[in-house]
Structure formats: structure tokens, C-alpha cells
Design a protein around this ligand. Structure first.
Ligand code: PA5
Length: 432
């Protein structure tokens, strides 16, 4: 993975990024020393290098049981207990996996909304399907997830009988506290622990993400290896200019200070849509505090060039783009020649679709820079588990540093309680 910032620096006064170097260094040091705000939640910092082959083996073993016993696995979770697994699986899956016969169970996500229609339709689908459940909740009390688990647990027990159901229900939750822990202990489910010191949005490399990803059949050892290598690359001893997380944190803070209030994460691969959703949670929940913070937005190009492209080219100049650029497609497809050439496309005949996509990317970058939009670019060689692991750790480290430089606690989320209090009061929950 590489970060390129030259198309952003041209929008900043000379030396602006270097000006942030001391603050970035101080933030890195505070993370290492555990002296920063939110220092109870720094377990993600050296998480990749702490993951052992034995731990990966244990997760794979549980995944193998679920894969053997189930034709569908429902992952119940929301926010940090949902988006990481969804992002990685979407990035690695075939785009049309739903429509193809497969030896792998279908991985379904629920517990991330309160839609009656969604849950009814899920239950209808599952009624004839051998399914299992991974119930993911650190607090164990999140309403969306708990409602879903209550429904699915009963359905799974009705389908298989209580004893068999407990073989295909796994809980990923706190080591000691919360309703999900109590239920798992009482029922005798296999459990995995979400460490106390890892917050939800930084938990994709714990069993929260690793178990569903392994259930989908992907190589979690490679994912972790990518993250481990990025952990080394973003180490505090790496010189500033060679440390992508440090440079990213400095650049986005410099852009923010210069009036760029919105960062748009851009991809040119539909499979990366949910990486952007994961990234939005990571940065939005970490930095949006004390009435400050870059607003994280995202677009899927070239699709959204035909919708949001107008705004980005010509709208208010408060934005910058960070483009995830994948060097090479995993497959090969060439534009065919056509004798009649009625569509006028023979100028593309013989070219790879991926080449056309890259020219769209290059042309867009030039247009947006001309239009006054600073452009950061992150390149990865291809979409695979290793490179996605690199991206994950890069963004996590960049987020921790960036939030501290901004002057907020990047590891709490007090704002998300406000809606819950009102909802519970409106629903008559005891104590509200
Ligand atoms: O990042 C976070 O902390 C949140 O998004 C949580 O992950 C989310 O609210 C789900 O919480 P829990 O895992 O406790 O159900």
C-alpha cells in the first residue's frame, strides 16, 4: 500500500504538512505511552502483532464447524460489531456471489437495523435453510442486535432442537459483562472475547471481524499478515515522510485547517463500497466531537460520477478526496471489436476493461484537481486479504493520530447515547 499526497500539497501553503510533524509525533508518542485521551482503548495499537497462529487456528476451527453445519450464517451486530466483517467480506467476495451455487454458507448480516420488513423477510428466507448465528455485541445490550438475536435464537432452536442449536450459535462479546455473555454462559455457546481495551470500530481484527470472515472462507492469516506489516510500516520509529499513517493524519488536519471540512473516500471498485462504510464509522465516530471534525463521506466511481460528480466538480469548495486505487483487476476481460461499430466503441477494442477504468480515474483526478479539489491517493496492488489487512491498519493508525492532533478523544462516542435515551423513554424502558 502506498499513499500519494502530491495532488493535495499543491492546495496548501508551503510547509503546511511538515508543520504538523511535531504534533503528529506527540500523538504517536502518547499512543505508545498510553498517556492520551481514551487510553483505556488502545488495545488495537499493537493488536496485529499480538495475534498468534494458535489464535487464528482456533477461529478457523470454529468457522469450519459452522461452515459444515450451516447453509447460511447470520452475523448479528451493528456499528463496530458489523461493518468490519461486512467490509472485508464484500471486498473479497465475487460481486454476484448471491446468484451462484457455492459450497460456502451464505453470510447474512442482521441486527444492524430495526426494520420489521427486513427481519420478516430474513426469517422467511431462513425458514427452509440450515442456519447458524454469530451474535456480536461488546456491551451485550444493543437494542438492534438483541431484538434480532432473540428472534433468531428461538427460530434456530425450533428448527434444530435446543441441543443442536447450541452447536451453531457462537457469541462474540465481553469476557464477563452484559446480557450476551450471560446468555452464552447459560446456554453453553462457544464464545470469543472482545478485549476490554478495543473499541467497536477498532475491532475488525478481533474475533468480531475474524470469525465471520473465516466463515466466509477467506484467509484470515493473510489479512492479519497485511495488518502486521502495516503496523511495522507505521511504527513510531519510522521517519515521518515514510510513515503513511503519520502523513495521512498530518495532511487531512492541514486540509481541515485550510477550510476543507469534508473528506470523500472514493473507490473505483464496487466491492469497496462497504470499506467506505467501515471507514466512515471509524473516522466519523472518532473525530466528530466538540463541534469539530472532518465529515467523512464516500462515493463509488464511476457510478457516482453520474450523480455526485457534478457536486464534486462544481459545488462548494470545502471538500477533498481520498481515492483508493487498485492497481490490477483479479480477472481479465477485453473490449471486443465489432464490425459495425454502431456504438463507436472500436477505439477501445482490445483494451482491458481495467485500463478503461484507470483512465476514468486519471481523467477524474485531473478534472477534480482543476476544479479545486485536493486529491490524496492510496494505491494497493490488488484486492486480496493481505492488502485489505494493510488498509485496515493504516486507516486505524491514521485515525488514532489524526483525532489526537485535532484535539479530541478519538476512542469514545458519547454522542451516540442521545438517540438511545430518547428512544428508550419513548418505548417506556424501565429507568428512562
Ligand atoms: O464503535 C463502537 O463502539 C460502536 O459502533 C459499537 O460497535 C456499536 O454501537 C455496537 O455496540 P455493541 O458491540 O456493544 O453492541
Amino acid at each position: 500500500m502506498q499513499l500519494h499526497i502530491n495532488n493535495a500539497t499543491q492546495f496548501l501553503a508551503e510547509g503546511m504538512i511538515e508543520k504538523y510533524e511535531p504534533q503528529v509525533k506527540a500523538a504517536q508518542q502518547a499512543l505508545e505511552d498510553g498517556t492520551c485521551a481514551g487510553n483505556d482503548f488502545l488495545g488495537w495499537l499493537h493488536l496485529p502483532s499480538s495475534i498468534t497462529p494458535e489464535f487464528i487456528e482456533e477461529i478457523n476451527k470454529t468457522a469450519d464447524i459452522l461452515r459444515k453445519e450451516c447453509d447460511a450464517i447470520v452475523v448479528a451486530g451493528i456499528g463496530g460489531s458489523y461493518l468490519g466483517a461486512k467490509a472485508v467480506i464484500s471486498a473479497l467476495d465475487d460481486n454476484f456471489t448471491w446468484l451462484k451455487p457455492s459450497d460456502s454458507p451464505r453470510i447474512l448480516f442482521a441486527g444492524n437495523n430495526i426494520s420489521e420488513d427486513y427481519l420478516t423477510e430474513l426469517i422467511n428466507y431462513l425458514s427452509g435453510v440450515r442456519f447458524g448465528i454469530i451474535n456480536i455485541s461488546k456491551s451485550g445490550t444493543t437494542t438492534e442486535t438483541a431484538i434480532t438475536f432473540r428472534l433468531l435464537k428461538k427460530m434456530c432452536e425450533d428448527q434444530r432442537g435446543k441441543d443442536k442449536a447450541r452447536e451453531v450459535i457462537v457469541a462474540v462479546t465481553d469476557a464477563r459483562r452484559g446480557a450476551a455473555r450471560q446468555c452464552a454462559d447459560k446456554e453453553g455457546y462457544k464464545t470469543f472475547v472482545i478485549p476490554d481495551n478495543v473499541g467497536g470500530r477498532f475491532s475488525v481484527l478481533t474475533p468480531v471481524g475474524l470469525l465471520p470472515i473465516a466463515c466466509a472462507g477467506y484467509d484470515i492469516a493473510q489479512l492479519v499478515k497485511g495488518a502486521q506489516d502495516m503496523e511495522c510500516q507505521c511504527d513510531i520509529n519510522t521517519p515521518f515522510a515514510e510513515n503513511p499513517a503519520a502523513v495521512y493524519a498530518a495532511t487531512r488536519n492541514a486540509l481541515y485547517a485550510s477550510g476543507k471540512k469534508i473528506e470523500i473516500l472514493v473507490n473505483y471498485q464496487p466491492k469497496l463500497h462497504f470499506m467506505s462504510e467501515w471507514w466512515k464509522q471509524l473516522y466519523g465516530e472518532s473525530e466528530g466531537k466538540q463541534h469539530k471534525g472532518i465529515f467523512p463521506a464516500s462515493v463509488d466511481f464511476s457510478t457516482d460520477l453520474h450523480s455526485m460528480g457534478q457536486w464534486i466538480q462544481d459545488g462548494e469548495r470545502t471538500i477533498f478526496e481520498t481515492v483508493i486505487s487498485v492497481d490490477k483487476a483479479n480477472t481479465s476481460l477485453i473490449v471486443p471489436a465489432d464490425e459495425e461499430n454502431l456504438d463507436g466503441l472500436n477505439f477501445l477494442a482490445g483494451k482491458h476493461i481495467d485500463e478503461v477504468n484507470h483512465k476514468a480515474e486519471e481523467g477524474t483526478r485531473m478534472a477534480h484537481i482543476d476544479g479545486g479539489v485536493p486529491n490524496l491517493q492510496i494505491t494497493i496492488p490488488s484486492l486480496d486479504a493481505y492488502n485489505i489487512g494493510q488498509l485496515i491498519y493504516f486507516f486505524e493508525k491514521g485515525c488514532g493520530i489524526s483525532g489526537l492532533v485535532l484535539g479530541v478523544n478519538p476512542f469514545d462516542q458519547p454522542g451516540v447515547e442521545a438517540y438511545k435515551r430518547n428512544m428508550f423513554k419513548l418505548l417506556g424502558k424501565p429507568g428512562y
